[in-house]
Design a protein around this ligand. Structure first.
Ligand SMILES: NC(=O)c1ccc[n+]([C@@H]2O[C@H](COP(=O)([O-])OP(=O)(O)OC[C@H]3O[C@@H](n4cnc5c(N)ncnc54)[C@H](OP(=O)(O)O)[C@@H]3O)[C@@H](O)[C@H]2O)c1
Length: 349
């Protein structure tokens, strides 16, 4: 085991601008040792998510704001290398708020949201992807907030991203249709219709969304799963079917440019006219439902009815780059970083 713990700390806040690599600084610390009631975890994979830019600014409204010099926050999958905690043993695979670092000591208190990874049907990476919080966001957003029914016309923005890459397939498995994805390149649109369960895709960088939605959903949109907000949300409101449900998952198009002047919806009256609802959710408030989401997703994976798109960079040194990729639209599926090159080898024999 290494004696050095590489960590990324916050160096500068990206106020009113895009995230830059120079916003982070790598430091080396000694690998910590666990006290009684604690465990030492070695990181295998780290998740990368749009909310991390918010952590850098203000804590995203639910976490304490990060101080300059503090280790970047985020979830990961790891292996317990030493345990002085009664509920954990060396060799356990866990997912938790590991932070951007190679080793971390945890007391497994509720803040860590630490879960053991029991499944062996899919790579450990899926514990921060389709079988982790990202996948639960896709499933619970569509099922519990979107209340989808068979035959519903479903539209998803950010459809080729971490959350969106699961939503089309979940909708398909639940008998919805047509299922339309909105994404930012022809290559992503091709991926949506050939691999990710979408019937059709709209490339918002090259096509006008409104006429295409009119063609593809002539009876209106029953569920709109929104990952991007802004103009895409506003446009889709004009295509809602009666009693439609709009699921406010995220609004990445507004994260960088609209901090001072938030986007103002022009078409919210459509909600009234179509007797529709629009509901936001925060996945960490739905923790009691994670096992249900995980069971459904794991069953579909085992049955060959759910594939997962992972975009994996190698090496902890690439964490800043991985985060920036999200805002440049470079990721295909769930963006993550493999910190340990042998990540999948542990506990497999
Ligand atoms: N409510 C919750 O509890 C919860 C939980 C998890 C995630 N979220 C939110 O869900 C959304 C998806 O999360 P994720 O982790 O799966 O990220 P993601 O979709 O993989 O995010 C990256 C993608 O967003 C798109 N994007 C980037 N800038 C954009 C812009 N200006 N306009 C339109 N699209 C843009 C890009 O795809 P294109 O090439 O298609 O533009 C990019 O590939 C995010 O908004 C996130 O904050 C919410």
């Amino acid at each position: 085991m290494s004696t050095v713990n590489r960590q990324w700390v916050l160096a500068e806040r990206p106020i009113g601008r895009a995230v830059r690599e120079s916003d982070f600084r790598m430091q080396e610390s000694p690998v910590p040792t666990p006290d009684d009631g604690q465990l030492l975890i070695r990181t295998l994979y780290l998740s990368v998510a749009p909310v991390m830019r918010q952590y850098m600014l203000d804590g995203a409204g639910f976490e304490k704001p990060l101080a300059i010099g503090e280790v970047m926050r985020g979830r990961g999958v790891g292996i317990v290398v030493e345990s002085k905690h009664p509920d954990y043993a060396a060799g356990d695979i866990v997912q938790a708020k590991l932070g951007w670092q190679e080793y971390v000591v945890s007391d497994a208190s509720p803040w860590w949201m630490i879960y053991k990874v029991h499944q062996r049907i899919a790579p450990y990476s899926t514990a921060i992807g389709v079988l982790g919080v990202t996948g639960f966001t896709s499933y619970l957003g569509l099922v519990d907030i979107g209340r989808v029914k068979p035959g519903d016309a479903v539209v998803v923005s950010g459809a080729a991203g971490g959350v969106g890459s699961n939503v089309g397939q979940i909708a398909r498995n639940l008998g919805c249709g047509p299922i339309i994805g909105i994404a930012g390149s022809a290559e992503k649109c091709e991926m949506l219709t050939t691999k990710l369960g979408y019937d059709a895709a709209i490339n918002y960088r090259e096509e006008e969304i409104s006429p295409r939605l009119g063609e593809l959903c002539p009876d209106g949109v029953d569920v709109y799963f929104d990952n991007v907000g802004g103009n895409t949300l506003d446009t889709t409101l004009t295509h809602l079917a009666r009693h439609a449900r709009v699921v406010l998952c995220g609004r990445i198009s507004e994260y960088v440019d609209n901090e001072e002047q938030p986007y103002v919806l022009q078409n919210y009256q459509q909600l009234h006219k179509r007797v529709a609802s629009m509901e936001a959710f925060f996945i960490y408030e739905m923790e009691e439902h994670f096992p249900r989401a995980e069971a459904a997703m794991a069953r579909w994976i085992a049955e060959g009815r759910l594939t997962y798109a992972e975009d994996i960079l190698d090496g902890i040194e690439r964490m800043p780059k991985a985060l920036i990729r999200l805002f440049e639209g470079k990721n295909r599926g769930k963006q993550m970083v493999r910190v340990d090159p042998n990540a999948e080898a542990y506990g497999r024999d």
